[in-house]
Design a protein around this ligand. Structure first.
Ligand code: ADP
Ligand code: MG
Length: 256
């Protein structure tokens, strides 16, 4: 089997400051990888380099494309990368406003994504949008409402619908439950877990919240100062952390 994503020595600096350094890993089809670490450890930088939102200074990101097998997305042309972004990848932002068009109706937000991959028939698009609103537990009667009229949790669920409707093969998530009330977080996590399982999604989830990866991720990567300090199966890393920094990370959560 070929990894869906094969990352080799990925490095990104901001001047003298390290964003992420020498990161390597494989992501297998159907696998959910969690990336944890405290604020400033390089999680977002890494995710943005993987998703083609930022250009790394060095390293390779080999993505197993449908047509040609593994291709380095770092060196491919911008239009090719943008196309993959529409057809194969999805990106769930921490703040729904970064991943939604706030001036467009809920149905339009979902439908727009379908149109970007070639859907043309209005009735089909509207039916698919209504179906997806239901799947993310948004009343389909609100299909013509704008996200500005939605609560934070609903906006985040709409962003997830917009991202998954096109059937991506790899989903990037940056703090998908960050900034939401605790009760809303739990419901969103449940929903995400169900979708990931039912769709057999491959995903990379960045978070500082270990409860998120405990529920979602098969495997964990722990980052500190841009470097990966520990990697392993989620339960193994959380229950028996080997690196001193991971022990600190885990214990500080257990104390709260
Ligand atoms: P995390 O997502 O884990 O909080 P980031 O990837 O945002 O970490 O940041 C990693 C490091 O890179 C931090 O030291 C941060 O200050 C720095 N950094 C991130 N983005 C920029 C930027 N645009 N310009 C300069 N430094 C940045
Ligand atoms: Mg971040």
């Amino acid at each position: 089997m070929t990894p869906l994503l094969s990352v080799r020595s990925l490095t990104k600096r901001y001047g003298a400051r390290i964003g992420c350094a020498d990161v390597s890993f494989d992501l297998w089809p159907g696998e959910v990888l969690g990336i944890v670490g405290e604020s400033g450890s390089g999680k977002s930088t890494l995710l943005n380099c993987l998703a083609g939102h930022q250009a790394p200074d060095a390293g390779q990101v080999l993505f197993d494309t449908r047509a040609e097998g593994p291709r380095d997305t770092v060196t491919m042309s911008e239009p090719e990368r943008r196309m993959l972004g529409r057809t194969d990848w999805a990106f769930v932002h921490q703040h729904a406003r970064d991943g939604l068009r706030m001036g467009v109706s809920a149905g339009g937000n979902v439908g727009e994504r379908l149109m970007s991959v070639g859907a043309r028939h209005y009735g089909d698009i509207r039916a698919a949008a209504a179906d997806w609103l239901g799947r993310v537990e948004i009343d389909t009667g609100r299909i013509d409402d704008r996200p500005t009229q939605f609560s934070g949790g609903m906006q985040q669920r709409l962003q997830i619908a917009r991202n998954l409707v096109s059937g991506p093969r790899l989903v990037f998530m940056d703090e998908p439950t960050g900034g939401l009330d605790v009760s809303v977080q739990a419901r969103l996590l449940d929903l995400l877990r169900g979708l990931v399982r039912d769709m057999g999604l491959s995903a990379i989830v960045v978070t500082h919240d270990l409860a998120v990866v405990r529920l979602l991720a098969h495997r964990l990567m722990v980052m500190k100062d841009g470097h990966v300090v520990e990697t392993g199966l989620t339960d193994q890393v959380l229950d028996d952390p080997q690196h001193a920094y991971t022990q600190l990370l885990v214990s500080s959560v257990l104390q709260v």
